[in-house]
Ligand binder design. Structure first.
Ligand code: BDR
Ligand code: CA
Length: 347
């Protein structure tokens, strides 16, 4: 089934790969792209989204600039990870025009009042929190939120316990999770537990270039800086491409597995941005697969109904099949080397 979706993002190298993947998928129709301050300032992220759309010949999709600073804390970009232009210092040409006369939060409010849409959130949750603050009714009409962010068992990437998107605006993430709980909704948390296992290695990149030299070269151009960053920071040969996994999971639930739980986000102090997941071994076992319907409230600490699906396991091979076939425009069956090339990656 083709579903309408809004992609809320901060492009960003991996956000750009996620946009490319989403644009290739029959499972979704992108109603708009909303940009939030995160990896780069909002104006740069908006320009980058347009650059990616221009490259993909899809400037018909509107891009809306959103919030320019987090709800309460000071803005901290991630240009050290994504390069001075936010796109791996590829310095692609600017796209003139295609400006919208409304901001991201206004767009979200307007479209959700007309129709229900899902949101794939690939950056800090500031736009979504502002929507909740200004138009809770429209927020309540979001069909589903799939969020790249947070971490359960994996260590953080901004502090020992926090992942960047939730760390950058912990108040927004906390508000959105709380609101989801109150509305009886569940956020799919595609966090570092699963995304750290999605490493684009030099071999996989070489395979991309063999399969589709033009797109492969584009991916190489924007990820070179990311490769260097991962080597310096994590002693990893390759780069973790977090955001496309949330898009793949949105389209195909069998890519990740996890369990349902009540999750809160810490907003202050040394643990700011940490996802506090209320689980017990029983709740994890009873709800394996992420789609479980068993009653959770009976077994967890706070006795609250789940407001999240915490993804903990990923089928790396399946992800790369979806990713390659989508952005390289190939049949999944023809990707004969994927299995061998995704076998031994450190997770
Ligand atoms: C997340 O933070 C950003 O750097 C990436 O784009 C991703 O959304 C990973 O922690
Ligand atoms: Ca992102």
């Amino acid at each position: 089934m083709r579903r309408k979706v809004i992609i809320d993002c901060d492009p960003g190298i991996d956000d750009s790969l996620a946009l490319m993947l989403a644009l290739s998928m029959d499972e979704m129709e992108i109603a708009g792209i909303t940009v939030v301050c995160g990896n780069c300032p909002t104006s740069m992220g908006t320009a980058n989204a347009k650059k990616v759309l221009a490259y993909m010949n899809r400037l018909d999709i509107p891009v809306f600039a959103g919030e320019e600073r987090p709800l309460k804390r000071e803005y901290a970009d991630a240009l050290d990870t994504h390069g001075r232009d936010g796109l791996g210092e590829s310095f692609l040409s600017e796209v003139q025009g295609y400006d919208q006369d409304m901001g991201a939060v206004e767009f979200l409010s307007e479209i959700l009042r007309k129709e229900t849409c899902a949101v794939i959130a690939l950056g800090p949750m500031t736009n979504l929190a502002r929507l909740y603050m200004t138009d809770p009714e429209a927020f309540g009409r979001i069909e589903e939120i799939v969020s790249m962010g947070g971490n359960f068992n994996s260590r953080g990437n901004c502090s020992p316990v926090a992942e960047y998107n939730y760390w950058a605006d912990p108040d927004a993430a906390a508000m959105v999770y709380k609101a989801a709980g109150e509305l009886g909704k569940e956020i799919s948390m595609v966090g570092l537990d699963v995304t750290r296992k999605i490493v684009l290695t030099p071999d996989l990149l070489a395979y991309m270039k063999r399969l589709n030299p033009e797109i492969g070269a584009f991916v190489e151009k924007i990820t070179g800086f990311y490769f260097d960053f991962h080597w310096q920071q994590e002693h990893l040969i390759g780069c973790v491409i977090n955001d496309p996994l949330a898009v793949a999971y949105f389209a195909d639930r069998s890519v990740c597995r996890g369990f349902r739980a009540y999750t809160q986000v810490e907003t202050a102090g040394v643990c700011a941005g940490q996802t506090v997941v209320d689980f017990t071994p029983e709740s994890r076992e009873g709800l394996g697969g992420g789609q479980g319907t068993a009653a959770l409230a009976a077994v967890n600490f706070y006795g609250k109904k789940a407001n999240s699906v915490i993804l903990t396991d990923v089928d790396r091979e399946k992800f790369f099949r979806i990713f390659f076939s989508g952005i390289l425009d190939k049949d999944e069956e023809s990707l004969d080397l994927i299995s061998a090339l995704t076998g031994g990656i450190k997770g």
